[in-house]
Ligand binder design. Structure first.
Ligand code: HEM
Length: 466
């Protein structure tokens, strides 16, 4: 029988927990450099095998729902959001999957583009001529408004107020991949109270859509009235958990990467110039940002993709071995957790030239470094459970970037922000920027945009259509 993976040394009681929480990248890079692509750590008593590199990542994604369980490893997400989608056992997930994917179809995506522009423009219109702002908080707020408006409807976005997002913040602070999620710790007690209140806030909107379905056309209507294949209505608990899950999946992750995109562009003036030229050519003042011109903005897309490579919000993904599994020369025993680490794997020098350099042109024709292996870029996961909201998020990050750089000159005050591993997403720490409005007046142009389904957008392809 083959041996188990080599382990990084750690404390006898907590293992590698403290470093995992504070400097995950440093810990995992050390594991990879000193022990190779398959190595182990301990989080409290739980052994975890890390698999780094596309061949091993392929095993991780293709064995999911077979030898590897997703819901057992994400018990901490189930504790925060409820049992739904991948936090539920596979038979439940596969029954719910068509319901979960329906709102992400490309014809629906086109409609969300208009909402994204409206929300981003409303934010930009509040900024005045010049000033300073904290980027992470500002982008989080705009992404929350997009999530509430597009996913839940305008009535929900307008009436829920700061209380709703304050409760979500409490959930986020209790997302802890290392500690058992039902320990009687204050943060878990606060989480359970917040979850209860959130469910109470969401429920009347579900009831309203069931009573007057003809008045709505949003994600929430889809879920409130969803039925399984055999015609049975989706359970109320599952409806609420789906909504909670999507609101969660859709905001901290996107906000983190959108903020990093802006930061990395400001740190890379040569590429920023290309991007600004593209915005001037494809999205001139006075024109609305339609699906058609968005789809032609390759430099903006590559900028967002390069940030996903270097600063993936979902920096580690987890599974639990349901039986012994062979990975390369090692045996991972039943009961171990397995993890992949996107921010280590996406910086492997044999796949990406000068991997520590922000270089969006690595995706341009002729280089296409992302095309070498199906599982080399895993910031949005892979296989059956690949992110359903990937195109939604990419479009949103592109729109934030394009509108912001179209209308403002920006400068980083916080020159080199570090990663903050909080709230279930690897976000930048607080980052201050200085802004000055450009002389051409763009205010509210985008607010009137009507994107039509005929304007096919390549970033609007849902995963069912891949
Ligand atoms: C930059 C933003 C985002 C990132 C980095 C991200 C990342 C991910 C990752 C890595 C997974 C797979 C998890 C795993 O395999 O363990 C995932 C799944 C998922 N994401 Fe996202 N996500 C983002 C935005 C969104 C948005 C905006 C939505 C919805 C509006 C969304 C909805 C989902 C759903 C429903 C799944 C589960 C798919 C399934 O199990 O079939 N995500 N996401």
């Amino acid at each position: 029988m083959n041996s188990t993976p080599p382990m990084l040394p750690g404390s006898p009681v907590v293992g590698n927990l403290l470093e995992f929480m504070k400097d995950r990248h440093g810990l995992l890079q050390r594991g990879f450099d000193s022990l190779g692509p398959v190595f182990g750590i301990r989080l409290l008593g739980q052994p975890v095998a890390f698999l780094i590199g596309p061949e091993y990542q392929q095993i991780f994604f293709t064995e999911t729902d077979k030898k590897l369980s997703m819901h057992k490893s994400y018990a901490y997400l189930k504790a925060a959001l409820g049992e739904v989608g991948f936090t539920a056992p596979p038979e439940v997930y596969f029954a719910q999957r068509p319901i979960l994917l329906k709102p992400f179809k490309s014809e629906r995506m086109i409609k969300y583009l208009g909402i994204m522009q409206l929300e981003v423009q409303q934010w930009l219109d509040t900024l005045g001529e010049q000033g300073e702002l904290e980027l992470r908080a500002a982008v989080t707020q705009v992404v929350q408004n997009v999530a509430a408006h597009a996913l839940m409807g305008k009535d929900f976005r307008d009436s829920l107020g700061p209380e709703f997002w304050k409760l979500y913040l409490i959930l986020g602070k209790a997302i802890d991949p290392a500690l058992p999620p039902y320990l009687p710790l204050p943060k878990f007690i606060r989480r359970d109270r917040a979850k209860k209140k959130l469910r109470e806030m969401i429920w009347p909107f579900v009831v309203e859509r069931r009573a007057h379905p003809e008045q709505y056309d949003d994600f929430l209507l889809d879920f409130a009235t969803a039925t399984y294949k055999d015609g049975t209505p989706m359970e109320d608990d599952a409806v609420i958990a789906t909504i909670m899950g999507l609101m969660f999946a859709g905001h901290e992750t996107t906000a983190g990467q959108a903020a990093w995109t802006i930061i990395q562009l400001l740190q890379t003036p040569s590429y920023l110039q290309l991007l600004q030229q593209e915005i001037a050519d494809r999205f001139p003042p006075g024109e609305a940002l339609t699906a058609k011109n968005l789809s032609s903005m390759k430099h903006t897309f590559w900028a967002v993709q390069e940030t996903t490579r270097m600063h993936p919000s979902a920096d580690v993904l987890a599974r639990r071995a349901e039986e012994d599994i062979q990975v390369g020369e090692y045996r991972i025993p039943k009961g171990w957790n397995l993890m992949v680490a996107a921010d280590i794997a996406q910086r492997l020098p044999d796949l990406f030239q000068n991997p520590a350099t922000y270089d969006p042109l690595r995706y341009a024709p002729g280089r296409e470094e992302d095309r070498q292996h199906r599982f080399s870029l895993i910031g949005f996961g892979g296989g059956t459970h690949k992110c359903a909201g990937m195109n939604f998020a990419n479009n949103e990050m592109m729109i934030i970037t394009a509108l912001l750089f179209q209308q403002f000159d920006l400068e980083l005050i916080t020159k080199d922000p570090r990663v903050d591993y909080g709230l279930g997403a690897a976000r930048p720490e607080k980052t201050y920027i200085r802004y000055k409005r450009k002389s051409t007046n763009h205010a509210s142009q985008a607010s009137t945009t009507e994107a039509t389904a005929e304007q096919k957008c390549p970033y609007a392809t849902s995963k069912t259509e891949d």
